[in-house]
Write a protein of this length. Structure first.
Length: 174
């Protein structure tokens, strides 16, 4: 068996991926939260501020399935590339995003639930699947450190929620 065949078999094995799930409550109406999450130009600017090179590769004028982006960023000392595609969007309830790179593929689902007129729950589900042996080893190490990874994931969700709450209350955000 060649290394390429071994990598293909390893990537197909059951349990080779990793799933992250998180939820957070946001002190803003569901319409405001959805409009903040679907402001893709703001997300592009945020990625640019963090040093990523992101550009749209579609010609759609409004948020709709089929929107695509090409992203380049440095991570773990190497230049990475990723294609991101909006696969589904349901007004006021959420969106589905797929991402694809040479080493990892995955999906992200964001669901919104209205708790009250001024409170919204955001649920986020991320599913990662390796394509290469190196990615499989990396994801396996993430699975071993699941608590730490989940804590960082939850912290990032909380930061997004706080940013949306600050925008809703009219406070300046970063």
């Amino acid at each position: 068996m060649t290394l390429y065949e071994f990598e293909a078999v390893a990537a197909r094995q059951v349990g080779a991926g990793m799933k992250l799930n998180g939820r957070t409550d946001i002190g803003a109406p569901i319409a405001f939260v959805f409009s903040s999450l679907s402001d893709f130009e703001a997300w592009e600017r945020a990625a640019l501020r963090r040093g990523a090179d992101v550009h749209r590769t579609d010609k759609l004028r409004v948020p709709a399935p089929g929107m695509t982006w090409q992203a380049r960023f440095a991570w773990r000392g190497r230049e990475r590339q990723m294609q991101i595609r909006l696969t589904g969007i349901s007004p006021m309830t959420g969106m589905d995003i797929a991402f694809d790179s040479p080493s990892v593929t995955g999906t992200m689902r964001i669901e919104l639930v209205e708790l009250s007129a001024r409170r919204t729950r955001m649920l986020m589900h991320v599913d990662l699947k390796p394509r290469t042996l190196a990615a499989r080893l990396f994801i396996q190490s993430m699975r071993l450190a699941k608590r730490r990874v989940q804590k960082r994931f939850d912290g990032r969700l909380a930061a997004i929620a706080q940013d949306i709450e600050q925008r809703f209350s009219g406070q300046p955000t970063l």
